[in-house]
Design a protein around this ligand. Sequence first.
Ligand code: NDP
Length: 282
Amino acid sequence: IFLFGTLSAAFLAYLWSGPAFNEESLKGVKVLVTGASTGIGEQVAYHYARLGAQIVITARRENVLKEVVKKCQDLGAQKALYISADMGISADVDRVVEFAEQQLEGLDYIVLNHIGPSPYQMWDSDVDHMRWLMQVNFHSYVQMAVKALPALEKSKGSIVVVSSLLGKMCSPFALPYIATKFALNGFFGSLQHELAMKQSNVSISICILGLIDTDSAMEKIKGHIDITPYPAHEAAWQIIKAGVLRQSEIFYPWYTYYGVLFRDWFPHARDQVIRSCYNYQP
Ligand code: NDP
């Protein structure tokens, strides 16, 4: 019984954590990480750095990027560079990919992770904000992917898209954000089909995340919803792993997988549960 129990537990752990990968394989790889000044993107940069990758990071705040680059160098990155850019500006989007390709002499991975700030509240009908957020959180991702595709095709590289359970399941309080994440899942999920049908060398990994303990997320949800957050460094590791293993979709933490799996089974109960999670008095 003991042996059976141990083997079953090991098998379940393997199923959940997925296959392992050779960390050595990331030594020297050429990576662009967006939204890497804070939060999950910053942790992604540190993992790559520790594994000896060559990385370009980007976000808007130059002073913060400088500090992250310094830490990446200390952790062992073969190369660590930053470029400050605003993903709300179309010309900046191209400039970032060009910079990364030139400085690294190619690209193996692009990790699309940035998000623009957006209020966490009942929607205030601000259509201009919705349009701007679509540019930052969605159109810039598409533009970067298109720009980087030829280099990734050459290197048999990967596009890693950081998305959310909120891009799979409708919820209150973050409508513009949720719309951008649904758009990402729809576009990159469909692009996965087209690349596979064209026998492209490029893989796309879509990362479906639940609540992660970044400062910005914790600040936003405070007083609105009580859910246990999961650690950003672990989310970052799962993101990197998804790219290396060329997994089409990954879920972190575990409950996000079951959320999506059972989403449409009992829609009425689902909607009641979702609404009951939020503290709101009309
Ligand atoms: P953060 O708010 O911590 O980081 C956002 C990053 O984007 C920062 O580096 C910020 O830097 C950058 N950024 C903001 N606006 C712009 C802009 N206009 N142009 C360029 N860069 C910009 O986010 P998280 O780490 O919490 O989230 C990272 C990813 O994970 C996102 O895609 C998010 O949707 C996803 N996710 C997060 C969850 C969570 O609970 N944290 C849950 C589910 C998904 P700067 O201000 O210097 O520009």
